[in-house]
Design a protein around this ligand. Sequence first.
Ligand code: GLY
Length: 564
Amino acid sequence: MRSIPIFLLFCFLCFKCKKELRKTNDNRGVIAKNAMVVSARAEASQIGIDILQLGGNAFDAMVATELALAVSYPVAGNLGGGGFMVYRSANGNIGSLDYREKAPLAATRDMYLDDSGDVIPGKSTLGVASIGVPGTIAGVFEVHKKFGTLPLESLLKPVIELAKKGVVVTNKQEKRIQHYQQFFKKVNKDSIIFDAQWKAGDTIKHAALAKTLERILKYGRNEFYKGETSKVIVKFIQEHGGIITEEDLASYKAKWRKPITFNYDDLHIISMGPPSSGGICLGQIMTMLEPFPLNDYGYNSLKTIQTITEAERRAYADRSFYLGDPDFVKIPVSILLNRAYLSGRMRNFSFEKATASESLSHGNIQINESTETTHYSIVDQFGNAVAVTTTLNGAYGSKLYSNELGFFFNNEMDDFSSKPGTPNMFGLIGGEANSIAPEKRMLSSMTPTIIEKNNKLFMVVGTPGGSTIITSVLQTILNVHEFNMTMQQAVNAPRFHHQWLPNHILAEPNAFDDLLKTKLENLGYPIEERESKILGKVDGILVLEDDALEGGADYRGDDTAIGF
Ligand code: GLY
């Protein structure tokens, strides 16, 4: 939003106030006075809330919710993957934890290329070769060590009970399992629990996962990285021809990192830094957008879509070139987020005609199918907030499932650039900065984000969706801040996405009307709309003016907000 002369500011504020009053009655999500958990499954949100009601804090609830998602939402919730957590404590301290997977010690730059230097189709996405060293257990133990207040037993017991009791299959899950069974069969030597013809209403019990969690509870973090579980993992992976060793697991460490922070109008935004591209890209896009009066242009109007698209195009072009694991490459973070630099990037944008992506850089690629990751947001009764996005990368990750351990392994190696200049499963082009090296973390788009307004907690937000994560988080924030939506309306609103290459706007089927689409296409914005394509499953929490909390859970999944 551009700066407004003082005499207009008063009128504008009055108008905003009126809109604020109106929206208190409309289309709200779940409202709670004290605390809220919003996640991909009701079972996980409930366990998180139970922990808070026991007197635990948001960090305790994070440990329990993360592991409850591994049980109840195995398509993305995990022990065999990794993630990122951004927090804001009640006292205003902020921070972030990187428990992203890393490349095994035996990984090489060209491990997914054939003798002619071409990418071997599927090698980095399906099966054992696609697995990165998992970080989730290291992540939750690190959070508990630093911030936890309840004993681990109180956090893990309900998760273990859920695994034993089982989880009821939903309609969406039934379809998903059926769709992926062909891949489970391709990759696994033995039949797995998900090969059965599960129907909505059936209960899937996870006895093996319960045993793994019991061992982790008994022996601690190192059970996964140095104990019996680590030996089972390595034996299983190596039997399938994989390269992960006991040394890889033993040397894994989660890392506390400085979050990315930037301002947009009166909002102070705190998001994940590298090895996620989320915070930097979001910061670049929002800083490029700030001078434009989106609120005047109107929600999803032609001008709003053009402006957002052009900012996204430019940010994603930078992402491809500059971003990677900060422990391996030097990233010019302050320049990438510099206002002068970003306003220079928008200088050649005109409402008359789309900027050609090729004029920003080059490439010739296809975007591929959607992906699964999962996000949850928590605010506790003490005022602490956590935003966590965790993933196996694709749906059910590598599709390789250990019957003995009861979980899937990730296919996160595909988030590296297998061959710089060639797209990954999200159609994202990677540069040298994201090439493969032993122990390096692959670049992510995950964007767990916390927002302050007037130095107070304002919003907690995030989503799955691969490369579309950043733009879905962006639109959700803009929907609340610029277009005055409630949390639930902002989550529900149709979304679109541009990522520089391929040069089209990817739109949910109900995002734009026909006239708008024609106008956009005439200006040089091809629209790619696929039947039942969804962009993200956003789970957010908004702090209302009376300090109550509104949870917005995405109807696109089985997501559920629970509060008290
Ligand atoms: N695997 C999805 C991401 O990290 O962005």
